[in-house]
Design a protein around this ligand. Structure first.
Ligand SMILES: CC(C)(COP(=O)(O)OP(=O)(O)OC[C@H]1O[C@@H](n2cnc3c(N)ncnc32)[C@H](O)[C@@H]1OP(=O)(O)O)[C@@H](O)C(=O)NCCC(=O)NCCS
Length: 139
């Protein structure tokens, strides 16, 4: 059975985080373990999925707790993907914000991700009515 819960962001051991982020190939984080530790522990909320105690999924948000919540990461271990865990993690996290107005995220153009987020009720900004623009600046 998989246990899903919202956890204390500072309470997750770095070796567990590294293992999970490595499993999905997110080297930007795993090449900089201290940055990974700071980013997870500095998140507004973190939800985890554990199978038999082992970390198999995580999602984390950035938020003011009142008007806007950004989803920063959601990742499910490859052996557990397409089993509903991504949906469960985002549901528990977003439900915890009640009727907060803006739920926002940025992701790459991989089609599976578009399908996943659309299944969860998100709309790409260029498809949104009324029209929206999203801007980003890296580095
Ligand atoms: C993207 C990711 C989080 C999805 O989590 P998941 O547990 O596999 O997804 P779920 O099983 O909860 O799927 C929820 C819905 O999205 C759909 N979906 C999920 N991945 C999909 C894909 N690749 N293609 C099409 N549909 C997909 C599911 O079919 C399901 O639809 P349903 O409402 O009909 O049941 C997971 O694949 C992952 O961790 N990928 C690697 C990391 C990543 O890319 N994270 C997202 C970018 S921030």
């Amino acid at each position: 059975m998989v246990e899903i819960e919202i956890v204390e962001p500072t309470g997750l051991p770095l070796n567990e985080l590294l293992g999970l982020y490595e499993s999905v190939g997110w080297t930007t984080y795993t090449r900089a373990p201290e940055l990974l530790r700071r980013s997870v522990s500095g998140s507004h909320r973190v939800a985890t999925a554990r199978r038999d105690g082992h970390l198999v999924g995580l999602a984390r948000t950035i938020s003011d707790g009142a008007t806007i919540v950004y989803l920063q990461d959601v990742l499910i271990a490859p052996t557990e993907q397409r089993g509903g865990l991504g949906r469960r993690l985002l549901t528990i996290l977003f439900d915890s914000y009640g009727d907060i107005r803006q739920r926002v995220l940025l992701t790459d153009t991989e089609e599976g991700q578009r399908a996943f987020y659309e299944r969860l009720g998100f709309t790409e900004t260029h498809d949104h009515e009324p029209a929206l623009r999203a801007f980003v600046r890296f580095g």
